[in-house]
Design a protein around this ligand. Structure first.
Ligand SMILES: C[S@@+](CC[C@H](N)C(=O)[O-])C[C@H]1O[C@@H](n2cnc3c(N)ncnc32)[C@H](O)[C@@H]1O
Length: 197
């Protein structure tokens, strides 16, 4: 498994595929280890790197459903996953996450949100009915290069993303039953815990 992960890191670097930021990886693994999730929903598979990390650190009976827009990346993810011992535990669905979410059933105790940053508020509304009473949503890149909490105006091309990420943080913080912690590691991680009510 370690050799496969190293190979994926090299592949990602050579092919400019974004995978979980090295600075956020330890925090990500620590949270997954603490939560030991059984049913995981991932938005943004890329080549399956974070899915395999979660598979190795979650509960023994872990099942992961991961959504990816880019068909070539989804195919590469399936190829890597097939070579792992988690091939029957991770399902990669190709398509737009917002559309796929509308057709998903079942309940998840852990969500890793890592697809289109500008869609995080929408994803949150869509995943709420799919969550177990006790669940964790981990959202990556919520501080987006420091622009989200900075008083300075971001460059024009990043304004919408920064605005939507601010909205995401506000919405999860204001939603009853959730407590949210923002970690500075990497590009910022929001850990939102639903406490069972
Ligand atoms: C940061 S990468 C995911 C990295 C992966 N979670 C990891 O750490 O190994 C974000 C991925 O989201 C995908 N993506 C972007 N917009 C999407 C959408 N609307 N629906 C599904 N996936 C999307 C991109 O193609 C990209 O592969």
């Amino acid at each position: 498994m370690e050799a496969l992960l190293r190979e994926m890191e090299s592949y990602a670097q050579e092919n400019h595929v974004p995978i979980i930021n090295e600075g956020a990886r330890d925090a990500f693994c620590r949270i997954v280890c603490e939560e030991r999730p059984h049913r995981v929903l991932e938005l943004g598979t890329a080549i399956g790197y974070s899915a395999l990390l979660m598979a190795g650190k979650g509960a023994e009976d872990i099942e992961i459903v991961s959504l990816e827009l880019n068909e070539a990346r989804a195919a590469k993810a399936r190829e890597f996953i097939r070579r792992s011992s988690y091939k029957d535990r991770i399902q990669v669905l190709s398509g737009d996450a917002a559309e796929l979410l509308g057709s998903l059933h079942g309940s998840f105790d852990f969500v890793f949100m890592d697809a289109a940053k500008g869609q995080y508020p929408r994803y949150f509304r869509q995943i709420l009915p799919l969550l177990e009473k006790r669940a964790v949503i981990l959202a990556d890149n919520v501080l987006f290069r420091g622009y989200v909490l900075s008083k300075e105006r971001p460059p024009r091309r990043f304004r919408t993303i920064a605005k939507r990420l601010r909205e995401y943080i506000r919405v999860v913080q204001d939603t009853p039953g959730f407590t949210t912690e923002i970690l500075q590691e990497g590009d910022g991680l929001a850990v939102s815990r639903r406490n069972g009510t």
